[in-house]
Design a protein around this ligand. Sequence first.
Ligand SMILES: Cc1cc2nc3c(=O)[nH]c(=O)nc-3n(C[C@H](O)[C@H](O)[C@H](O)COP(=O)(O)O)c2cc1C
Length: 188
Amino acid sequence: MRREKGKRERSSSVRPDAGFRRIKPEAIKDNPFQAMEGDWFLLTAGDLKNYNTMTCGWGAWGVLWSRPAVFVFVRPTRHTYAFINKNDTFTVCFFSKRYRQALQFCGTHSGRDCDKAAETGLSPARASNGSVFFKQARLVLECRKIYQQDLDPGLFLDPDIGKCYPQKDYHRMYVGQVTKVLYRKQES
Ligand SMILES: Cc1cc2nc3c(=O)[nH]c(=O)nc-3n(C[C@H](O)[C@H](O)[C@H](O)COP(=O)(O)O)c2cc1C
């Protein structure tokens, strides 16, 4: 059966990850130092009906317990904190430089007060792990939460680290097992 031109694009059955190709975690070419603190990323937890996203600049990816893993750090004061605690999955999305303003917005406004997707024009979509990613992302890491721990200031070995916490709102660290990696086929 011949498909009418453009029909697939209009169909509601278009997969949310159309436009992306799946790669293995070990095929990620990005430099993590640049991707994390240099480019920032969006950390998103919840499902399409009820999710929140925030900008992060601190984090890591690598291997733990022989699994590909992402490490993210969320202060308890963030609206996202409740979402990542309540849900078993989350996503980490990286963007090209043209979305810098959108990430700036998501890192300086709270989901308690606004709809970040509506304000930035970012398009949320259902990730295959039930969480939410953004269609404009250039790199998406779908994660399953496998560990969490509150940072203990008593264990800081360099006293300067304490200066990052004038409000004593120590991060909670989450380790996510990377279950899927998507790279955008073309620059959005
Ligand atoms: C560049 C940048 C990096 C940030 N990195 C983090 C981070 O790693 N962890 C964190 O808890 N907050 C971080 N923030 C702050 C949150 O993104 C910010 O407080 C956001 O408004 C929280 O949104 P929410 O209340 O909707 O969760 C960062 C903000 C910016 C601008």
